[in-house]
Design a protein around this ligand. Structure first.
Ligand code: UFG
Length: 329
């Protein structure tokens, strides 16, 4: 039996695929390569196609014995989602519905799903707990919350068990340096800092008058390998028949934008200039996860999420792969 990883050529998906292979799991990757990179898939079988392509999906599910699914395939840019909601509903929500249709038809009853801190919107308390109110402030977060709700109903009606993992700020790269974060366009803080260092440009810092200890936004950065661990533990939880659940994953430690830049200067041993520009619309001042629930229920522990390890692994990948940014998938 194989584990189907949708979006397995993407940033987090490719790390989970690597870890599954390291654990001797049989892996089938499905990716349309819209934002993924085929060379990031380090093994298993890669099928290039789209969740919304009915013929393709029928073939995938007929020809493979799928035990369960780890589902990443989605668009994930907050800014883009506020310009093109159709794209987000169509790919994220309708795409997931197409996947659920095949799961029901083939009696597949396990799915681990990548959700997001954006489901909470502006938090009412910090650290954020899983049962806090969910009021997304952007279309991306809204589509992920809609997907979570779809899973809830397919669980009740068809018995599909799901684990929804609400990521905070995924960062860093696999320690091999073979895979890492490569988005085009890149919007995330850490790769942008590293690119600024490579190009000798300044990093644009979005606002410095937030109500935080140094005026810049606080985020909870979680190493992609720690995230991968959580997916594997979640899949095992489903295998053991422990039922559906929703977990936050963060390190429960907040860093300001300035602190992240300072840490990068130390790791790279290089000065990085800062250009303070206007705030980015919709950025909450502070997002920190409570990760108590996942620690307790899955016995998950972050191993790599101190800021220096995050930056040094991201740098290890970036310094060898930056020439591929912006010009090639
Ligand atoms: N930032 C900068 N300069 C940059 C990039 C980011 O100052 O070039 C700042 C942002 O304003 C923010 C912080 O760095 O304060 C982190 O920004 P990221 O874009 O790296 O991450 P976000 O916190 O905006 O996004 C993350 C996830 C999204 C998720 C969102 C939930 O990447 O998928 O949290 O709010 F939707």
């Amino acid at each position: 039996m194989t584990i189907l990883v949708t979006g397995g050529a993407g940033y987090i998906g490719s790390h989970v695929v690597k870890q599954l292979l390291d654990n001797n799991e049989e892996v089938l990757v499905l990716d349309n390569l819209e934002t993924g990179h085929k060379e990031a898939v380090l093994g298993g079988k890669l099928l290039i196609g789209d969740l919304r392509d009915n013929e393709f999906m029928i073939n995938v599910f007929r020809k493979n014995e799928i035990e369960g699914i780890i589902h990443f395939a989605a668009n994930s840019l907050v800014g883009e989602s506020m310009k093109n909601p159709y794209k987000y509903y169509e790919n994220n929500v309708y795409g997931t519905l197409c996947l659920l249709k095949q799961m029901v038809e083939h009696n597949i009853d396990k799915i681990v799903f990548s959700s997001t801190a954006a489901t909470y919107g502006n938090p009412e308390e910090i650290p954020i707990k899983e049962d806090n109110p969910t009021n997304p402030t952007n279309v991306y977060g809204e589509t992920k919350l809609t997907m979570e709700r779809m899973f809830k109903w397919f669980n009740r009606i068809h018995g599909i068990d799901y684990i929804s993992l609400r990521y905070f700020n995924a960062a860093g790269a696999d320690k091999s340096g073979m895979i890492g974060e490569r988005h085009d366009p890149e919007t995330h803080l850490i790769p942008n800092i590293l690119m600024a260092a490579i190009k000798n440009e300044s990093i644009k810092m979005f606002g410095d008058d937030y109500p935080t200890r140094d005026g810049t936004c606080i985020r909870d950065y979680i190493h992609v390998t720690d995230l991968s661990d959580a997916h594997l533990l979640s899949f095992d939880y489903l295998r053991q028949g422990k039922g559906s659940n929703i977990f936050n994953i963060g390190s429960q430690q907040g860093y300001t934008v300035k602190e992240v830049i300072e840490a990068a200067k130390v790791v790279l041993d290089k000065n990085i200039r800062i250009d303070v520009v206007s705030k980015r619309a919709g950025d909450p001042a502070i997002l920190i996860a409570s990760s108590e629930k996942i620690k307790k229920e899955l016995e998950w522990k972050p191993r790599y999420s101190d800021m220096r390890t995050i930056i040094s692994t991201a740098w290890n990948f970036m310094k060898n792969h930056h020439h591929r940014y912006n010009n090639e998938r």
